[in-house]
Design a protein around this ligand. Structure first.
Ligand SMILES: [Zn+2]
Ligand SMILES: [Zn+2]
Length: 237
């Protein structure tokens, strides 16, 4: 009965393309999932291909220490994030957290994932009230449970209600999030290695502002994990 009710509210559709599917991603979407494989930029997680240096990031300017990404913000991965965020297709939480865990389990990512705590990028409490949930937090909660990494969401808070980053230029994005985050109990952050988790990495400005707050509070290291890397935005710098 309950599962039938859930099916009514959250139809068994593929989160990537909308066809009816037993799995959260149908076989076709799994096949074409735009994953990022090494070599990728250690700073921003973008794929490097044959290039000697990354074309997509600000390199040493970032205050976080490294980034890994599940895939590109394209195709079924992009649609899954949008379906979760704006249509509340909650089965995407499970599908996306499984992808995050797969990414963390890759041997080359082991050093980045040995952390003392996991913090989802916070949204402002007003936005959270409007949307009903923070998608990054829902995913982080499952990852934390399954990997045994403490979830430290309560330690980082968004100070201001700002307009969403969507539609802003690269420079405006940086401006918009400067000083936007604060650490609630610095003594619980001091000396710790933190893994930040967010759905999309566009310019890195949000991760950077979070890392700034955490480092000021004394965090030893701040890593970033994004589900999707957006690399085709025209004004990324
Ligand atoms: Zn599909
Ligand atoms: Zn890069």
């Amino acid at each position: 009965m309950l599962s039938r009710l859930l099916d009514w509210f959250y139809p068994r559709r593929c989160v990537g393309c909308g066809v009816f599917s037993r799995e959260a991603f149908c076989a076709l979407c799994r096949d074409v999932l735009p994953r990022v494989y090494p070599p990728a930029c250690l700073r921003c997680g973008a794929p490097m291909g044959e290039l000697p240096e990354c074309r997509y990031c600000r390199g040493d300017i970032y205050r976080f220490d490294g980034t890994i990404c599940v895939g590109l913000y394209q195709g079924p991965l992009r649609r899954a994030i949008i379906n979760l965020k704006f249509r509340r297709w909650l089965r995407a939480v499970e599908a996306l957290s499984a992808l995050v865990i797969e990414l963390m389990d890759r041997p080359e990512n082991a050093p980045l994932c040995q952390v003392d705590g996991l913090i989802p990028v916070p949204i402002h409490r007003l936005r959270r009230a409007m949307r009903g949930f923070n998608q990054a937090e829902e995913i982080a909660r499952l990852v934390s449970q399954q990997r045994g990494i403490p979830l430290l969401s309560h330690l980082l808070r968004r100070r201001f209600y700002r307009r969403p980053q969507v539609g802003l230029t690269g420079a405006q994005r940086w401006e918009n999030v400067q000083g936007a985050f604060e650490v609630v109990s610095p003594e619980q952050v001091r000396g710790r290695r933190i893994l930040l988790l967010d759905d999309v990495f566009t310019t890195g400005s949000t991760f950077d502002a979070c890392a700034d707050a955490l480092k000021r509070a004394g965090a030893a290291e701040v890593m970033a994990l994004a589900i999707a890397r957006e690399i085709d935005s025209p004004q990324r710098r």
